[in-house]
Design a protein around this ligand. Structure first.
Ligand SMILES: NC(=O)C1=CN([C@@H]2O[C@H](COP(=O)(O)OP(=O)(O)OC[C@H]3O[C@@H](n4cnc5c(N)ncnc54)[C@H](OP(=O)(O)O)[C@@H]3O)[C@@H](O)[C@H]2O)C=CC1
Ligand SMILES: O=C(O)C1=N[C@H](C(=O)O)C[C@H](O)C1
Length: 296
């Protein structure tokens, strides 16, 4: 076996947060429903009216010093409909205020200013404290943190009875389409081998990736028995190959992410639309469909 290549046979547990497309995206033919939720939109708008003025959605970025956190802070700065009011990392910040944004350590979460939605790309250990703050404050929660335990996944389900919440293993549009293609291919190819190979940078701590597990769930829903292989090399942002093989033929479906901004932009887009909604667990596609503007 090559260094860095781990193989693993595993049928993943059912987890929430898989991306379900509700309308046709980029040629995918899955029927997608478009929701025009007038009452919800009125309530969201009124929640953003302060002093008679529509104000930006106030965001807390959790995992702010990380690769994703830095992308979120940079992209949020460029949006007038979002205001980052707190940036939280695991350890104490070297600078208390950066570009006008107050920075906090995770141990200081209780003292962060009022926010509408927390956007979390941290590590599994960081999940419960930030989720608890969102629940206490009635704020929305968007998370892309992967490698969560079953208990942590259950904590998300419980929180979603009190606050609006989205967890997704991947916030890119391309992976949402890939998931749909995998589901359909698995349904059309009973008995074929299904193998998922994911490649990421050497700093990634979880394996298989959250996206690989989500894609595997989509295949397993159709009766496939996916196997997983993980490669850690250099600075690969994220690649997922789903391969269906039988005697004499093979189909390969692959997504390559070349830039973390695709994930960060997707998460900010979702956060902007989640703030002020009724408590429940939302899928990314719910918020893509309830749209005034296309993905940035
Ligand atoms: N769903 C998606 O689309 C994507 C998901 N991800 C996932 O996002 C997560 C973060 O990825 P990445 O940015 O590369 O990771 P990094 O290691 O670069 O960053 C992790 C961040 O989390 C902080 N952190 C660590 N432990 C805690 C804690 N206990 N409480 C609060 N904050 C903590 C770190 O702070 P400090 O450095 O001070 O410890 C740092 O700011 C991973 O789970 C990754 O798989 C990544 C890309 C896309
Ligand atoms: O850690 C990463 O970098 C990524 N993690 C996510 C995952 O585990 O699927 C999404 C993306 O592939 C990048």
């Amino acid at each position: 076996m090559r260094p860095g290549l781990q193989t693993r046979r595993r049928r993943p547990e059912a987890r929430g947060g898989s991306l379900r497309t509700g309308r046709s995206i980029a040629g995918a033919s899955a029927p997608l429903e478009c929701r025009h939720d007038l009452d919800a939109n009125v309530s969201i708008l009124s929640s953003r009216l302060r002093g008679g003025v529509v104000t930006p959605v106030r965001i807390l970025v959790h995992g702010a010093s990380g690769r994703m956190g830095q992308a979120l802070l940079r992209l949020a700065r460029a949006r007038s409909d979002l205001e980052v009011v707190a940036a939280v990392a695991g350890s104490a910040p070297r600078q208390r205020v950066v570009d006008g944004v107050p920075h906090f350590a995770a141990s200081e979460l209780g003292g962060v200013p009022t926010f509408d939605v927390a956007v979390d790309f941290s590590l599994p250990d960081g999940l419960r404290p930030v989720l608890a703050v969102c629940e206490r404050r009635g704020a929305a929660f968007v998370s892309g943190t992967t490698g969560l335990s079953d208990d942590q996944c259950e904590a998300l389900d419980t929180a979603a009875t009190r606050i609006p919440l989205v967890w997704a293993s991947n916030f890119s549009l391309g992976v949402a389409v890939l998931q749909d293609l995998v589901r359909r291919a698995a349904g059309l190819l009973p008995g074929w081998d299904c193998d998922i190979v994911e490649s990421h940078h050497t700093r990634k701590v979880d394996a298989p990736s959250g996206t690989a597990l989500t894609l595997g769930e989509a295949a397993a829903e159709q009766g496939a028995h996916p196997r997983y292989a993980s490669l850690r090399a250099g600075d690969i942002v994220g690649e997922h190959l789903v391969q269906f093989t039988t005697r004499g033929e093979r189909i390969e479906l692959i997504h390559r992410a070349g830039d973390r901004d695709i994930f960060a932009a997707g998460a900010l887009h979702v956060a902007q639309r989640l703030a002020g909604r009724a408590p429940r667990r939302y899928q990314v596609a719910d918020l893509l469909a309830a749209t005034e503007a296309p993905l940035p």
